[in-house]
Design a protein around this ligand. Structure first.
Ligand SMILES: [Zn+2]
Length: 593
């Protein structure tokens, strides 16, 4: 529930699918039985890649803050490698094998690993590595859900450990157990922080059994690198102690969280602290890369410079959101915080799972941490207002809609829609009727419904915000226009793409209810229907989250993910053919020079 979002997410969301369109013209329309990466795939991606460089002004930082920036960039580089290694067992080898200026090096950077998306929207290695596994490299390679489900069914007491957000799953072989015991011997402090870990491993080692699994905290599995990151974070904390006590305290706590595999203290300090010029998302939070169970978090680091003036202005504008919560179409409305920590930032650099062009983040995801401390919303201003990204969005919108709508999309509309998407994560259902967390109840489709809810709350709240004068007429229109662009796809999504899938579901709902209609190969938007159509889908989504029944959730997804070539295909081609499409590879002045 990090919940990346994005008005601009569209690049993230659509980028991969774009290749499909770029090469579909020259390739047979039937996917090959054996998926493979071709020279044509490499060329298509390389030719369609634009490099963006983020270079925010840091001249106002103190000497201590600059030192902290340097240290945090060091930590980020370690997390980048760790992330790649979490995603693919052969990433370390692949990384070493690259020659710096080769097309493969660009692909590796673009995809954060040796697997790309080919002309058929399939995930395929472009280097000589094993195919990608659903469980990436945080489960035993090639493990299927059927196998682990059977084991969990027979050993329900191990479920919490095996599906823990920050533990990797291993087969209980003597070799793996010996490896972990040796690692624990090399880092004796871990045994102290993780009571029961050593005795548990030893008990397994006495009776390793075929078909059995065990879980290892990330703190042990990645001990070497996490200890290095810890040291660097403590240095960064020292460097900013005099200038920014709250940020320093957060860095110190987070340094230890990484070793404890328990983020509560750092999360509390992060969300509740009042920071100065800097902020940073540090650690493993997002579970999008776990296509097996959707529960394992992957490493990231975002280093951010606060835009103080814009942050203060925004905080003043966000008054009472309780009224919006009360207006949502469900009957268990809750008390929401009157103060939501939201800040406007410029990205200095992103690493690992956070790297890309996502426009905003809300964290932490842990429902107990969120309940106790709230969640911090990080709006990424220099990405939201990056001119080439907005130009690309505008050109895709104009290619998809009838001409009269073309001018309706604006940068500030995208900013607001994204902001209210993030606030949307604060609102609505956060537990099932019978008190389970949504992740527990809905598991692998939990993210999909949470993101759809946030999209819809953003659009649903727009009418009330307009009525109270927060939006001018043209701003309301721009938010609505952005809501339509958000759901359009340039290719049929795969079911393991939660964002694209839930966007297609919205698109289909809007078509079905007449919010959008195809007219000579373009879409016309019937704005007068907007609020009611959005409200009707939001009601369904909230009901599904409330019920927490995965079968019902799956059925709803199945019902609303139809792809019709003569409708979706027409718009997809128009979007894919719009000028300025393709991939965005982000570089950072602070890292890449
Ligand atoms: Zn989100």
């Amino acid at each position: 529930m990090s919940r990346r979002t994005g008005g601009g997410t569209t690049w993230r969301a659509l980028g991969l699918a774009l290749t499909l369109q770029l090469t579909a013209l020259t390739l047979p329309s039937v996917a090959p039985a054996q998926s493979q990466w071709t020279a044509a795939d490499t060329r298509a991606v390389v030719d369609a890649t634009t490099v963006l460089t983020l270079a925010p002004d840091l001249s106002h930082l103190s000497a201590g803050e600059r030192m902290a920036v340097a240290k945090l960039l060091e930590a980020g580089a370690i997390f980048q490698e760790l992330f790649e290694d979490q995603r693919h067992p052969d990433a370390a080898w692949a990384r070493e094998s690259l020659s710096p200026e080769s097309p493969e090096a660009l692909l590796y950077r673009l995809y954060s690993g040796p697997v790309g998306t080919n002309a058929y929207n399939q995930r395929v290695p472009f280097l000589a590595v094993r195919p990608e596994a659903s469980g990436k490299n945080v489960y035993p390679y090639g493990l299927t859900r059927a196998e682990l489900d059977a084991y969990l069914g027979a050993n329900p007491g191990e479920r919490d450990a095996l599906l823990d957000v920050r533990r990797i799953v291993r087969r209980a072989t003597p070799e793996d157990l010996d490896f972990d015991l040796a690692m624990l011997g090399a880092h004796p402090g871990l045994a102290l922080i993780h009571p029961g870990l050593e005795s548990g491993l030893r008990a397994r080692r006495v009776r390793p059994s075929a078909g059995a699994f065990y879980a290892v905290p990330y703190a042990l599995a990645y001990a070497e690198r996490l200890h290095r990151v810890r040291a660097v974070l403590l240095d960064a904390a020292d460097a900013v102690r005099a200038d920014d006590a709250d940020f320093a305290a957060y860095l110190r706590l987070r340094a230890n969280d990484l070793i404890a595999s328990d983020y509560e203290s750092g999360d509390a300090a992060w969300v509740s602290g009042s920071f100065g010029n800097l902020n940073a998302q540090i650690g493993s939070y997002e579970t999008y890369d776990d296509a097996l169970y959707g529960v394992k978090a992957f490493y990231s680091l975002s280093l951010l410079a606060r835009d103080r003036a814009r942050s203060d202005e925004l905080a003043a504008a966000l008054t009472d959101i309780q009224e919006i919560e009360n207006s949502l179409p469900y009957d268990r409305t809750k008390r929401v915080r009157s103060q939501i920590p939201v800040g406007v930032y410029n990205v200095i650099a992103d690493f690992g799972q956070a790297r890309g062009t996502n426009t905003a983040t809300i964290l932490p995801n842990d429902p107990d941490h969120a309940r106790k401390y709230g969640r911090t919303i990080l709006l990424r201003y220099n990405i939201m207002t990056e001119p080439t990204l907005f130009e690309g969005a505008r050109s895709r919108f104009c290619a998809a809609v009838v001409e009269a709508h073309c001018g309706e999309l604006t940068m500030s509309g995208n900013f607001e829609r994204t902001l209210w998407h993030e606030i949307g994560h604060y609102l609505g259902v956060d537990r099932t009727e019978d008190g389970r967390t949504l992740d527990d109840a809905l598991q692998s489709v939990s993210n999909l419904f949470e993101e759809m809810k946030a999209d819809l709350v953003s659009l649903f709240s727009a009418r009330a915000l307009h009525a109270q004068g927060y939006y001018a007429d043209s701003e309301l229109r721009a938010v609505y226009a952005g809501g339509i662009l958000r759901v359009l796809q340039s290719g049929e999504p795969r079911r393991d793409q939660p964002y694209q899938t839930m966007q297609l579901m919205q698109w289909n709902w809007y078509l079905d209810r007449g919010l959008v209609a195809l007219e000579d190969g373009r879409l016309r938007i019937r704005y007068e229907r907007y609020h009611d159509v959005v409200a009707s889908l939001l009601r369904e989504v909230l009901a599904i989250q409330s019920a927490g029944d995965p079968a019902r959730a799956e059925a709803f997804i199945g019902q609303w993910t139809t792809w019709q070539p003569d409708v979706h295909g027409v718009i997809a081609r128009a979007i894919a053919g719009a000028p300025g499409g393709g991939y965005r590879l982000v570089r950072y002045a602070a890292v890449d020079g």
